[in-house]
Design a protein around this ligand. Structure first.
Ligand code: CA
Length: 235
């Protein structure tokens, strides 16, 4: 690797911090460590790491507050690594702007794969911000033509309702990232959307019936249980 991406590991438990840092360093990353929230905020601002691995349970500032505060001025990928498995914690983290949420315990292989994905997303975001928007999404048989507002499976035209198309459009433009039910509701049904996700579930069931070979094991739009949906990244 010519350029070693810098990763800031924010973790107060020395054992876990050491384990994560060693795995990252062994894979060519330039690792820095912070053991509390204040130090983390300072290092993110001054050293501009390429990604941040963040524990939520820190001694001074809660990790959720750190995500919110960093998001006010930086788009650096944030991967939460936490023992908190509750859906509420995941939802909050994604809503504050976390890019991924990894539950402890996890394997180094999993962590490395997800850091790679987060770094790739960050690069893609940069590229798309500086160029024309992508004309289409394509993965295996599925093609979404944004200009024509049409969806194809192979050469077959898939007939989606306007609502179904808007959901697919939204998820595909955010491919690879979890979108919470709330965020989807707000985007599609507006800020006055009710908190009833039933309408979203019904639409999703219809979308999957139309797009997926096996709607019970979807390959395009996946469920993050209790949190939201995410669409597989395109090619
Ligand atoms: Ca901790």
């Amino acid at each position: 690797m010519d350029y070693a991406p810098g990763i800031l590991v924010v973790e107060d438990e020395p054992g876990i911090s050491g384990f994560i840092s060693a795995a990252l360093a062994a894979n060519g990353y330039d690792v820095e460590k912070a053991t509390n929230g204040k130090e983390a905020l300072m290092l993110i601002a001054s050293h501009c790491p390429d990604a941040v691995v963040l524990d939520l349970g820190l001694p001074d500032i809660d990790g959720q507050k750190i995500i919110a505060s960093v998001r006010e001025w930086s788009a650096v990928p944030i991967l939460v690594v936490s023992a908190r498995t509750h859906e509420r914690d995941k939802i909050t983290a994604f809503e504050q702007g976390a890019d991924d949420y990894i539950t402890k315990p996890f394997s180094t292989g999993e962590l490395l794969a997800r850091i790679k994905t987060a770094l790739r997303h960050a690069r893609t975001r940069e590229v798309t911000q500086n160029s024309a928007p992508k004309p289409r999404y394509r993965l295996r048989l599925l093609t979404i033509d944004y200009d024509k507002h049409r969806v194809f499976l192979g050469s077959d035209d898939v007939h989606l309702t306007q609502m179904e198309y808007r959901i697919v459009d939204l998820l595909s433009r955010n491919a690879g990232r979890v979108m919470t039910y709330d965020a989807i509701m707000r985007e599609i049904w507006g800020p006055n959307a009710t908190q009833d996700y039933q309408v979203l579930r019904v639409n999703m069931a219809n979308i999957r019936r139309k797009l997926e070979k096996n709607p019970a094991a979807p390959e395009y739009i996946k469920t993050e249980i209790g949190v939201g949906y995410w669409m597989a990244e395109d090619e």
